[in-house]
Design a protein around this ligand. Structure first.
Ligand SMILES: O=C(O)CCC(=O)C(=O)O
Ligand SMILES: [Fe+2]
Length: 224
């Protein structure tokens, strides 16, 4: 698997799933239950990042021995399963950005999201205990006037892009990635990124994505 574009902190892979699998993920997603993100319990500061009203579906965990209550485990019978399996098949190609299973990470999540017009996500870096994150766009069409580009800050020379500075004025520079159907973006944890709001020009078209985090198990679960 060869990236269409890469830097030290992120990579873009196009045509990630086969067309048939992409279609089945999208069709299954359309039959699943979604709730408004604002109605789901989340750490308080997460809310401040959300713009408008994105919807979230069922999170599926891969390879977690103690899945938190209310979440599913792979194989789950949900739309996320096929994405989990495709990511497992691509493990080695992604190692440059997220490291290898068993050393850098043990498990990952996969969560479907729907972003209607007016919704987006402000600057954040998905750091905490994660080593990396990914997003796959599964909608069947995305026009440039519909907005919702993924914005990624880049390091410039010795100056590291840092979300810490963004509480005040963001003086970083960076790139944008268009939400092209079947495009996978893998981002090293600590890399600031944001989702520009979906334009009202998108009308009823939803930005559909599957996203998740690669993480090591905490020591307590590792030894169990
Ligand atoms: O949807 C995207 O392009 C990125 C989503 C994201 O950054 C996240 O859910 O943490
Ligand atoms: Fe993110």
């Amino acid at each position: 698997m060869t990236p269409s574009f890469k830097t030290e902190t992120y990579a873009v892979f196009d045509d990630f799933l086969s067309i048939d699998i992409l279609r089945s993920v999208r069709d299954r997603m359309a039959d699943e239950r979604f709730v408004y993100l604002k109605n789901v319990w989340q750490p308080k500061n997460f809310y401040r990042l959300v713009e408008g009203d994105p919807l979230v579906g069922q999170t599926v965990y891969y390879n977690h021995p103690k899945v938190p209550k209310g979440f599913a485990s792979h194989p789950s019978g949900k739309s996320a399963d096929a994405v989990v399996e495709a990511l497992l098949g691509a493990e080695e190609s992604l190692a440059t950005w997220i490291g290898l299973r068993g050393s850098a990470w043990d498990f990952f999540t996969c969560t479907p999201y729907l972003y209607p017009a007016g919704s987006g996500l402000s600057w954040h870096d998905d750091a905490k205990d994660r080593v990396g994150s990914y997003v796959l766009y599964v909608h069947d069409d995305w026009k440039s006037s519909w907005g919702a580009e993924l914005l990624i800050a880049t390091d410039v020379g010795d100056r590291r892009a840092s979300v810490e500075r963004y509480q005040g004025v963001n003086t970083d520079l960076g790139h944008y990635v268009t939400a092209v159907p079947n495009r996978l973006v893998v981002i090293k944890a600590g890399t600031p990124h944001a989702v520009r709001s979906v334009s009202t020009r998108a009308g009823e078209n939803l930005r559909m994505s599957m996203t998740g985090f690669f993480q090591p198990l905490p020591q307590s679960l590792r030894e169990a």
